[in-house]
Design a protein. Sequence first.
Length: 250
Amino acid sequence: MIGQRPPAPRGGLHSAEAADVRKDVFQTPAASARALTKTFGRGEAKVHALRSVDLDLPRGRFTAIMGPSGSGKSTLMHCLAGLDQADSGAVTIAGTDLGSLDDDELTIFRREHIGFVFQSFNLLPMLTASQNILLPFELTGCRIDEAARARAAHLAEALGVANRLAHRPAELSGGQQQRVAIARALLLSPDLLFADEPTGNLDSAAAAGVLHHLRRTAHELGQTVVMVTHDPVAAKYADDVIIMQDARIV
């Protein structure tokens, strides 16, 4: 198992009360979008990427956002993750309106609350798998102590790369590199994990392994996972599927 869902709250709650608290936690959306609108270009070249999109992402579930090229799915993910700003509308994560943050605050917020997995892996070639997984601690200025190493080792074991931690990316298969990237993204226990076409560079067997682990991450860790994909086979691994077409959710 990767891990367990959050434990029952302490402090003398009866089991029914504790269950209600847990239910409320998981019913509260991990992220919400309201009336998101985004355009690119001007005049006759103006393209609508998002048209008044409303969305709630359920906590502790694996959600796929699907659609053809140009449907707006990647733009939606970028706005939800704070990588791009909508022309109008609001995105809320962990009770914070991303539009209220300046650039520095948004950078810190993303680092502390959001994990990313990309199609291209983005592992540093000169570092071992273990060092790549621990990189978020380096970037936050935290000391890499035994607890951090234990967390990294636990994730590597759960994702099936524990025996590859001393290897550099060039010595790993594509599927192994992507699983190392997932472990790195999960190291700081983000509120949301965004995966942008995470199996786009993988063969079918490696892709199935990565998708299986993303699903386990949601089901066993209570992690909220949001995947953008154009692949209906990949989307079948998700708990919920959102279809984008012509800049709208359909």
